[in-house]
Design a binder for this molecule. Structure first.
Ligand SMILES: Cc1cc2nc3c(=O)[nH]c(=O)nc-3n(C[C@H](O)[C@H](O)[C@H](O)COP(=O)(O)O)c2cc1C
Ligand code: SF4
Ligand code: SF4
Length: 267
């Protein structure tokens, strides 16, 4: 079978998940290619199965992933797809899968498998990053789970993620955070990024940003509206110099990225 695998990632978790699928498919002599999504870029019409993996942001998929899916051409013949959601908490994927399914159905896709894969939390601005050891254990579990997913897909097993309200939230709190982030946060949080004096103007953040949102002005980064809040710049800054105003202090906090992820290579 021919698999085409597409991802968006901030800190490498979603890539790790799809890479694991790719390895599992190739090990069984299938053909599999993997690449990052690009808004406006179309998918081949001759794939047997297309697989997507996106992180969840505030119970939904990132804005760029919605845009990407919306701009896909409708498939001429029904296309089989699977959707994996990379989440910091398997209980808190919220509407991420439904977001994807709603658009994919309109594109003449049939979802044959969907699952949430728990990976380390990368939103270190408001959540505590796991320690190196904790992260290692979570990744290992996520990878093992993903191998099972890949085996299921190869064996024609169909499973679908069931929506649930996260236990930590009331229904009101859930929809408040979902809509606030989707319609307000994503357009405004970029303006709250700042740097501590430890920033040395090395430009790494600007080079590795997956949405080219960081522009260097007077040797300091400035953030623009295309920012997806993926946390790559925050977690990779060698000086730990990036924070967000109004509660997003990052001094002394651990950083997280998936250890095999090399963003400069990805660019
Ligand atoms: C802005 C933002 C919001 C997030 N919201 C959620 C969430 O609602 N539920 C959840 O389980 N994880 C949430 N996370 C954690 C990420 O989904 C998780 O760490 C994911 O594995 C990151 O994948 P990546 O490394 O491919 O970017 C959030 C992360 C960010 C940056
Ligand atoms: S990566 Fe960090 S130190 Fe380098 S320019 Fe960006 S904020 Fe400054
Ligand atoms: S500016 Fe930072 S948080 Fe925003 S998309 Fe780029 S790397 Fe991600």
């Amino acid at each position: 079978m021919k698999f085409v695998l597409k991802y968006f990632t901030g800190t490498g978790n979603s890539l790790k998940i799809l890479d694991t699928c790719k390895d599992a498919f190739i090990a069984k002599s299938h053909v599999a290619s993997i690449s990052a999504i690009k808004v406006g870029q179309q998918l081949p019409q001759d794939a047997d199965v297309i697989g997507f993996c996106f992180p969840v942001y505030a119970f939904g998929i990132p804005r760029i992933c919605r845009q990407y899916l919306k701009e896909l051409n409708r498939f001429k013949k029904q296309q089989k797809v699977f959707v994996l959601i990379s989440a910091g908490d398997a209980d808190e994927a919220g509407l991420a899968f439904r977001n994807c399914e709603k658009i994919l159905t309109k594109k003449n896709c049939r979802v044959i498998y969907s699952a949430v894969v728990q990976m380390p939390v990368n939103w270190i601005i408001f959540e505590k990053a796991p320690s190196e050891k904790e992260a290692e254990a979570i990744i290992q579990k996520g990878v093992e789970f993903t191998y099972q997913v890949a085996r299921d897909i190869l064996n024609g097993v169909q499973k679908f993620h069931q929506f649930n309200y996260p236990k930590r939230y009331s229904k009101f709190g859930f929809y408040k955070d979902y809509f606030l982030f989707k319609y307000l946060g994503i357009y405004n949080l970029c303006r709250m990024f700042k740097t501590y004096d430890s920033c040395n103007g090395c430009q790494l953040c600007s080079k590795i940003c997956p949405t080219q949102s960081i522009v260097m002005v007077n040797n300091r980064p400035t953030w623009t509206y295309k920012c997806e809040q993926c946390m790559r710049c925050v977690n990779f800054c060698p000086k730990g110099a990036i924070y967000q105003m109004y509660g997003g202090d990052t001094l002394g906090k651990d950083r997280y990225y998936e250890p095999s992820f090399k963003p400069l290579k990805e660019m």
